[in-house]
Design a protein around this ligand. Sequence first.
Ligand SMILES: [Zn+2]
Length: 268
Amino acid sequence: MNMSYINYRDIIATILMFTVGACAGSFINAVAMRTVADKKWWGKERSTCDLCGATLKSADLVPIISFLMLSGKCRYCKAPIKPRHFTAEILSAALTAALFQRWGVSPALAMSLAVLWFSLFNSLTDIENGYIYDVWAIALGVTGLLMRIGGGWPAILDGILGGALGFCFIALIILVSRGGMGWGDAVLMLGIGGAVGWKYCAISLYSGFMVGGIIVLPLMIAKKLKRKDAIPLGPFLAAGAIITLFIGSSFIRYFGYIIGSYPGWPWG
Ligand SMILES: [Zn+2]
């Protein structure tokens, strides 16, 4: 490989995708916070400072850049801006660019971005008030199934199986454990499974529980969390799905003898 060769088109496209991701993250965060606060997110509703309520100007709302320029403080009241806004923007930007690198311009990229952005939304509402809105979780499944029309009947069937697997798996845990997980989590996996198909859904569940275990168990051991504390689990499931968008196909290559080596449309 010739290391002196730099693909400028790829670099520019990646920066562009990073920017698109930042704007998407900013928009998703605003809609999620307004949904939680029961405010309209369309029309003339303006964004305000969480703390002083000042109406924000467009210069205060440039994703990532405004936060850095203002060193994380409100221009008007100087109170620290919740890091959640910045985190949502930077996560969305970085993952959008990385997914573009992973999939190139393809149906798999479109599906990945739907999963990323809806999952981000559902994680934000879950973190903010412990609630996953059914309509926003189902919206991902519906979007995914509509995209799957591009892959024909096998792809649509795969989405239906994925949604059923995700929902039933969490429902089973709810019924067996009575607590811990909520129906919001089941509906979230219905949406994710409908988009990614059954094989990626299985890997998403596995990865989500791994991430959850890695983060929650040490906290429990350190007694920072009690078993009964309500921990929002949606973000872990979402993280599992997003990890799967990157590693799902390699995972299937290793474990293909169990579930077949073809990851399914649009991944294979
Ligand atoms: Zn303020």
